[in-house]
Design a protein around this ligand. Structure first.
Ligand SMILES: Nc1ncnc2c1ncn2[C@@H]1O[C@H](COP(=O)(O)OP(=O)(O)O)[C@@H](O)[C@H]1O
Ligand SMILES: [Mg+2]
Length: 223
């Protein structure tokens, strides 16, 4: 099991709003899992807890068998084991595609030649080779999300968390970026956990789960 949670609770505003009410969830290596549910149901909250970006009120999260809590080296988790793609790319607009993608590799202490080779490979696979030295602000929405995908995969994470990765794109571009996302995670054996409210995209994952009233309901097999 690559990701597991047990009785995970999370509230905001000093407990005034309880978003997660006991999430028990597990996902197996190499699977693609869609986390569905309407806006505001807590999908991003759950992904943030899994990534160690926020702490639960109660309960536990394990990533690759190790509990994500305050005793763990969270930076190492984020640099080596988890890649994240957000709805809005979160790239630095003034830097080039290459510079943006090299940041996580440099932060993780990866040899620069190795990092550049990895980027060359990812850029090729995402059709961005000719864009490597362009500033992010000059790229289209689809190109930015593809860049964000490259950046997330730079350090060969085992897990990719994607939070509405195509939510800012039109349907056609979003569909293309999603195809690429599935192709890349399958090719690299990466486990994908994707939050989405798009059931058509979700149905293309190995497994679909529904978040409602702070809980995960009956995992629904997509195929
Ligand atoms: N930092 C925060 N402070 C207060 N409320 C928050 C915060 N983050 C999220 N919420 C609230 O928690 C609920 C779930 O949010 P979120 O996890 O972003 O849902 P989703 O990603 O499914 O749209 C929403 O009602 C949202 O307003
Ligand atoms: Mg969200």
């Amino acid at each position: 099991m690559v990701v597991r949670t047990a009785d995970l609770w999370k509230s905001y505003d000093d407990g005034a709003v309880t978003v997660l009410k006991g999430i028990d969830f597990a996902c197996f290596e190499g699977h693609s899992v869609a986390l569905c549910g309407p806006s505001g149901c807590g999908k991003s909250t759950l992904l943030h807890l899994i990534a160690g970006l926020d702490t639960p009120d109660r309960g536990s999260v394990w990533v690759n068998g190790i509990e994500v809590d305050r005793h763990r080296d969270l930076l190492s988790l984020l640099r080596h084991e988890i890649g994240i793609v957000f709805q809005l790319h979160n790239l630095i607009p003034d830097l080039t595609l290459e510079e943006n993608c090299l940041i996580p590799a440099v932060a993780a202490g990866v040899n620069q030649r190795v990092a550049k080779d990895r980027l060359r490979e990812l850029a090729e696979r995402t059709g961005l080779s000719h864009r490597r030295n362009h500033r992010v602000q000059k790229l289209s929405g689809g190109e930015r999300q593809r860049t964000a995908l490259c950046r997330a995969l730079m350090n060969r994470p085992k897990i990719l968390l994607a939070d509405e990765p195509t939510g800012s794109l039109d349907e056609t571009t979003g569909g293309m970026v999603f195809d690429l996302l599935l192709e890349l995670v399958a090719g690299e054996g990466v486990t994908l956990l994707m939050a989405t409210h798009d059931r058509i995209l979700a149905s293309r994952c190995d497994r679909m789960m529904e978040m409602r009233a702070g809980k995960i309901h009956e995992p629904v097999l997509a195929h």
